[in-house]
Design a protein around this ligand. Sequence first.
Ligand code: SF4
Length: 430
Amino acid sequence: MKKFFINTYGCQMNVHESEKLAGILYKRGYIHARSNDDADIILLNTCCIRETAETRVLGNLGMIKKIKEKRPEVIVGICGCMPQKSGTADMLKKRCPFIDIIIGTYNMSKLDFYIDAVESGRKIVDIWENEQEMENVPIYRDSKFTAYVNIMYGCNNFCSYCIVPYVRGRERSRDFNDIVNEVRDLIEKGYKEITLLGQNVNSYKGGSPEFSKLLKALSNFDGEYRIKFMTSHPKDLTEDVVEVMASNDKIANYIHLPVQSGSDRILKLMNRKYTASEYIEKINMIRSYIPNVGISSDIMVGFPSETEDDYLRSEELVKKVRYNNLFTFIYSRRSGTVADKMNDQIDIKTKTDRIERLIKLQFDIGNELAKSFIGNTYRVLCEHINDGIGYGKSSCDKSISFNANANVLGEFVNVRITEVKNNKLIGVMI
Ligand code: SF4
């Protein structure tokens, strides 16, 4: 039986797209390989949002070239947003002529057809922007308990540092009933946590109240399950969504709300369309409805012209909000974006110094928060068990480990927090 291995880079959107590529390959008779080394087809599902992901792809291609030299019959394909970026498909063709398939974000649903073409001796480069989604393709889901569901694709926001609107196109929302049917089907199959995916879920079908209507419709099924969603843009997260979350325990008490900076000057340069105080107001509004909500965020340091004072505003905001979790990034230049052309790019030493300080700040806040959770009991979905230790998350997205037996795998259990080690919550099942 032929085998495939998919190397996935980037966010949950890509992880889910790889599940769709896997579905296409299973239908074709392939099964999962353990690694690139024993695969008959190797795919790289790429991300170009950050420079580090792109560098990893190019590094991996060096290793895959050696596999192809030893086994020329192996099919190598690269897909996702990196080839979609202007000039990259040509660069890959020249630099890595051993690649058989180069396809962009719009063309991945035709993988089957491209493999046929390669098997008949052709090489494929297709980055045609026909806005065709990976819809109605088979999906091979990695988990039996948690699942991703796309609700929209693309983004209209054009944040000045971001390449997404250029490589994934403008916003397109999926049909309401298609989403409801997909989620119903997953719940009937026993899935317990469904994460709705979109670059900006709050502008589903143009924005409020469409997203809150969707959340309401998805919380009407029988059984215990929870719905999560990401990502929310602070300017588009509306009160009606928070009201639905607060009044319905099937919607998780968790919001990922990327702020990116605490400096109004930098937020303006980033084209984020809110100020730090407007962002804080939104956090206060959410907490007034859901006091125990879990909030996480993204913050970028070293955006062009960011001064020490701008950076300190980000620290100030983090101290005010006290996030449960913070994803920190160093700004990286993305060609084709507005920020790439800005003067006053920040040197790497300053960026590294700032990110280290921010990570330390968040670590200390996370540690204080974690200690305050000792004694609390959370409803946790047990996602993995290893050597008698279960791992899972609460509705407010706290990662918790606890003593567990095989019977609770994929089930909701009550866990009381008993200790904290390195910011990690440890508890006992009760
Ligand atoms: S909202 Fe901004 S950062 Fe997010 S995908 Fe759209 S352009 Fe990129």
